[in-house]
Design a protein. Structure first.
Length: 366
């Protein structure tokens, strides 16, 4: 089975509770305390939780009210994204000391292809250890890493020894490693899909690997082909150093639900200004604008409009956001509104896509 695998040396580095760890690093009084970045005990949603808070069941994307209920001593901290970006940039510079093939997934995680690295170090595991050591020494934060033959296996492996650990899955152990995992550990298989798989008798990677591609395609559509491939350890996406942005968005959660359209327009004015500034700072524009509305009962509604030309100015964004707001009557009071711009001028034609790397290197040192 391994004979059919294109093999690279890929490291996936994932910072440990990044936002929360930065806050604890910058404010020693927060060290050892259960903290949540974002949200509050009354409103909002948790963006990140420290490991001390996670012990109580607090998780990202959880309502602040529920988080406080689970952890009564939870400390809420306002997010400082400029600071997180600053730290992320320093971490990325460490990655670039080893390879130019760095693909950031977010501020706190990235793939690094070290097959042909700048340090001429043969062991990817040693490089991962060095990188994690430098992040701890130079930045003051801990990280975890997964090392394997492709991005999928490396990402799954980075969760294995969290926090502050790493896991190497060499070529000869890929299949046994994947087949021994619960399918919920597979990146790309969420709660809904996992539940459906359970109903089909698929509980582990081994169960998934025993199903034919035809069976998985019949039950999961196009995703079935992907599930069949990853169960065999196959993932052909290369590390992409210049990840193409496909959207830009901003939103606001209100401390009190809004039912007045006048107040909502004021909020849209602020959000339009932020979106426009970020578009212009990044020298990009888009053709599709989407208004996101979350009501007090947590139901979500989106309204979109696509133009034959690119837009980026605040005036145009605000004008069409208001038009989308008035497109139909509000169903209830509103707790959140957001604006996103998609169909950006950053997207390339299909012929610009990099070709798949199909080199075979079965004697790599991991």
């Amino acid at each position: 089975m391994l004979d059919n695998l294109p093999i690279r040396k890929i490291i996936h580095v994932d910072m440990d509770a990044f936002y929360a760890s930065v806050e604890q690093m910058d404010n020693p009084e927060l060290k050892g305390l259960p903290i949540a970045v974002g949200g509050s005990s009354v409103r909002g949603v948790v963006s990140a939780a420290s490991y001390q808070a996670r012990k109580f069941g607090v998780r990202s994307a959880m309502a602040g009210v529920l988080a406080k209920k689970l952890c009564p001593k939870l400390v809420f901290v306002k997010p400082r994204f400029d600071r997180y970006k600053q730290i992320s940039s320093r971490i990325r510079n460490i990655f670039l000391d080893y390879s130019d093939l760095v693909e950031p997934l977010s501020l706190d995680e990235a793939y690094i292809d070290v097959t042909d690295n700048k340090k001429q170090i043969h062991s990817a595991s040693r490089i991962a250890t060095e990188i994690r050591s430098r992040i701890k020494t130079e930045i003051g934060l801990t990280s975890s890493a997964g090392i394997s033959i492709n991005k999928f296996v490396a990402k799954v492996a980075s969760d294995y020894n969290k926090p502050d650990g790493q896991k190497t899955v060499p070529p000869e152990e890929v299949i046994s490693f994947l087949h021994g995992l619960d399918i919920r550990k597979f990146h790309g298989i969420g709660k809904v899909t996992a539940k459906k798989m359970y109903n089909l008798g698929i509980f582990t990677g081994s169960d998934l690997g025993s199903k034919s591609e035809a069976f998985l395609k019949e039950n999961f559509g196009k995703s079935g082909v992907y599930f069949h491939s990853i169960s065999q350890g196959k993932h052909f996406s290369p590390v992409k150093p210049n990840r193409i942005r496909k959207s830009l968005a901003a939103e606001r959660t209100f401390s009190n639900n809004l039912s007045s359209e006048i107040f909502l327009i004021d909020k849209l004015d602020q959000i339009s200004d932020e979106v426009s500034s970020r578009l212009m700072n990044n020298h990009i524009a888009g053709k599709t604008i989407t208004l996101k509305i979350k009501y007090s009962d947590f139901t979500l509604q989106t309204r979109s409009k696509t133009f034959p030309y690119f837009i980026s100015s605040k005036e145009v964004i605000l004008e069409h956001s208001k038009a989308l707001l008035f497109q139909e009557k509000l169903h209830n009071s509103v707790r959140l509104v957001g604006i996103s711009i998609t169909n950006l001028n950053t997207e390339k034609n299909s012929e610009d896509k990099p070709k798949k790397d199909i080199s075979f290197q079965l004697k790599l040192e991991f």
